[in-house]
Design a protein around this ligand. Structure first.
Ligand SMILES: Cc1cc2nc3c(=O)[nH]c(=O)nc-3n(C[C@H](O)[C@H](O)[C@H](O)COP(=O)(O)O)c2cc1C
Length: 230
């Protein structure tokens, strides 16, 4: 293997090609942005980098609000459309056949079809060269309850998440581990293997009680903030 060095570039991948909705319910707009991410856990801070030429840049400056909608494979065509057409010329919600829905804490619309939508209030705008960075606080998160487990944890494994890498869209692959899995205790690993085995051999009742125990542990750990928040 030989690694070669290129000049600096935006080669981080995969990224979420998020749908950034903004404006108001009366006049909603939505654009695609891959330059987005989490900055801080507490307070929950996020950012989106938007070129000054985008209509959304103007709208977000006016209202101080936007929503980051998590993209899925089902939404892939809408994601691409919202990234090549401007709200100055077209109603992209209508064009992409997606639905604006009211938010809980802000006046900007969210995308109903997205499994998760982060309602954001702008704290700071910093202009760097090509892009303006909108640093914002996440004031509420709207979740499709189809992705909540019995223990009320968010499980996006069946959401069909969409990724973006250097100009191409990808469907996220299968789940291969979980947070802390590389250092998991042998006993926990054994319990999970036993549960899977029981499920396979049809010992459903035993499997159910084991699942319940694991869920109770998960809830306890979640309450203790043991995982999921980095
Ligand atoms: C996959 C993808 C990712 C994009 N990421 C960004 C981004 O991070 N920042 C940005 O300013 N534009 C980005 N764009 C381009 C805007 O989405 C595009 O210019 C859009 O038409 C702007 O819409 P508006 O004028 O309605 O705001 C991206 C486009 C695509 C297809």
């Amino acid at each position: 293997m030989a690694k070669i060095t290129w000049k600096s570039g935006t080669m981080l991948a995969p990224l979420p090609p998020a749908l950034i909705s903004c404006g108001t319910m009366d006049k909603p707009n939505v654009m695609t942005a891959a330059w987005t991410g989490i900055v801080c856990t507490e307070p929950t801070l996020t950012y989106v980098s938007i070129r000054p030429s985008r209509y959304s840049n103007q709208l977000i400056r006016e209202t101080g609000e936007f929503v980051i909608n998590v993209p899925t494979v089902k939404l892939a065509k809408a994601v691409d459309l919202c990234g090549v057409k401007s709200g100055r010329q077209v109603d992209k919600f209508a064009l992409a056949k997606i639905t604006p829905a009211a938010c809980d804490k802000i006046s900007a619309p969210q995308v109903l079809e997205a499994p998760v939508s982060l309602e954001c209030k702008v704290k700071e705008i910093t202009s760097y060269g090509t892009h303006d960075v909108f640093l914002a606080e996440v004031v509420a998160v709207d979740i499709d309850d189809a992705y909540l487990t019995d223990a009320q944890a968010l499980d996006l494994s069946k959401a069909g998440l969409l990724a973006y890498a250097h100009g191409f869209y990808y469907a996220l692959g299968k789940q291969i581990g979980k947070f802390g899995w590389s250092v998991e205790k042998k006993s926990t690993k054994k319990k999970r293997a036993a549960r899977l085995q029981a499920e396979k051999s049809g010992k459903v009742q035993k499997a159910k009680s084991q699942t319940l125990r694991l869920k109770k542990t998960a809830v306890k750990r979640k309450k203790a903030g043991e995982y999921g928040r980095k």
